[in-house]
Ligand binder design. Structure first.
Ligand SMILES: [Zn+2]
Length: 359
């Protein structure tokens, strides 16, 4: 387990924003999920003032490294980690105050996934495992000799992965490639709406499995030959964490995919290291707190004037609109869906590349 202190490098004093705990390796009795949790009861001293900062733990069940075998991540594992890191960064920017509307919370994390499809970012993060420990280099040489007894040992692979290795991976960000995932979150959103639009009476006689299949057939038209026919044999849908954790807001994943793609296309697609846009994203959106709802007409008028005259956003949507210079929309996402697919992709390449690089 590693603990990192997260500091604000934009200020003079390098103020502590919080603590990041990485509990990534598997152990007996540990959950099989990957998730992040925020604890709001850590205190730091800034001069004479003591203040509360968030402590965020990212937990995963990745294999423990062994003396001759490192922990290697698949690209999808790295993507999930960056998603949870996006949640953590949002928490550090927010501080210990309220976290905003539940249908916004996935936007920063799904946007963060985009960097893990960027070849230059992946190359920067990559390191061939033989450079981590001398035992790994010996293990690599032994494995090579065992698998190629009649051949000479090749030179050690370069420390960083070559850039062209990632050209295929960058395609996975494309909405057309991600279609299955998009349809899945659409399906879950519609099931969520169906359940919450049903009366108690309807719910008591509802076969949840059948409803799930009907929605799947109606909205996605994929692999449902028996949709709606007969009683369901499998109610495993009941355990979907999305339905459990995002009561009536399961659509937040779909919304975040669309808004995340819009933000990425406008500010980061050409330059993923766009510092200015990154700082604006942090200051305007991540650090934003909604104005408290007040029934006092004078408070309402003051908030309205602050927004109209000084551009102080009252809601997350206004903060997003200020950041984008317009309302976020689905045009970039829909345009990408309509764009022709990359014909150079082979099936196996699209399925992802598993290689000996540690990310
Ligand atoms: Zn998330």
């Amino acid at each position: 387990m590693d603990v990192f202190e997260v500091c604000d490098t934009t200020g003079w004093l390098g103020k502590t924003l919080g603590f990041l705990v990485l509990d990534l390796e598997d152990r007996d009795g540990k959950t099989r999920d990957i998730f992040s949790r925020t604890f709001d009861h850590c205190f730091v001293e800034h001069g004479f003032v003591q203040s509360a900062v968030p402590c965020v733990a990212i937990v995963s069940p990745w294999n423990r490294s062994r003396p001759r075998k490192p922990t290697l991540l698949t690209h999808s594992g790295l993507r999930v980690f960056s998603h949870e890191l996006g949640h953590a960064i949002h928490s550090f920017a927010q501080g210990v105050k309220a976290k905003g509307p539940s249908d916004f919370v996935e936007v920063p994390s799904i946007l963060a996934e985009n960097w893990m499809h960027e070849p230059k970012v992946l190359q920067r993060l990559s390191c061939h495992y033989t450079y981590l420990k001398p035992q790994y280099l010996v293990a690599w040489k032994d494995a090579w000799k065992k698998n190629h007894p009649s051949k000479n040992l090749p030179p050690q692979p370069p420390r960083q992965a070559p850039l062209d290795m990632f050209s295929e991976i960058s395609y996975q960000r494309h909405p057309r490639h991600d279609m299955y995932d998009t349809l899945k979150v659409l399906w879950m959103s519609m099931v969520d709406f169906t359940l919450h639009n049903s009366s108690e009476e309807e719910l008591s006689s509802m076969d949840f499995g059948v409803v799930c299949k009907q929605v799947l057939d109606e909205w996605t038209r994929i692999f449902t030959p028996s949709a709606g026919e007969g009683p369901s044999q499998n109610n495993s849908y009941l355990h979907w964490p999305i339905l459990k954790n995002y009561d009536t807001s399961a659509y937040c994943y779909l919304l975040a995919k669309i808004y995340g793609y819009d933000i990425w296309s406008k500010y980061f697609a050409r330059n993923p290291f766009n510092k200015r846009a990154g700082r604006r994203w942090r200051k305007i959106v991540l650090e934003h707190h909604d104005t408290k709802v007040s029934w006092n007409p004078i408070d309402k008028l003051v908030d309205l004037l602050m927004y109209k005259i000084f551009g102080v956003p009252r809601t997350h949507m206004e903060a997003l609109t200020k950041f984008m210079g317009r309302k976020p929309d689905s045009r970039a996402f829909v345009r990408a869906l309509k764009a022709p697919a990359n014909k150079n992709q082979t099936f196996w390449r699209r399925m992802g590349i598993r290689i000996g690089y540690v990310w």
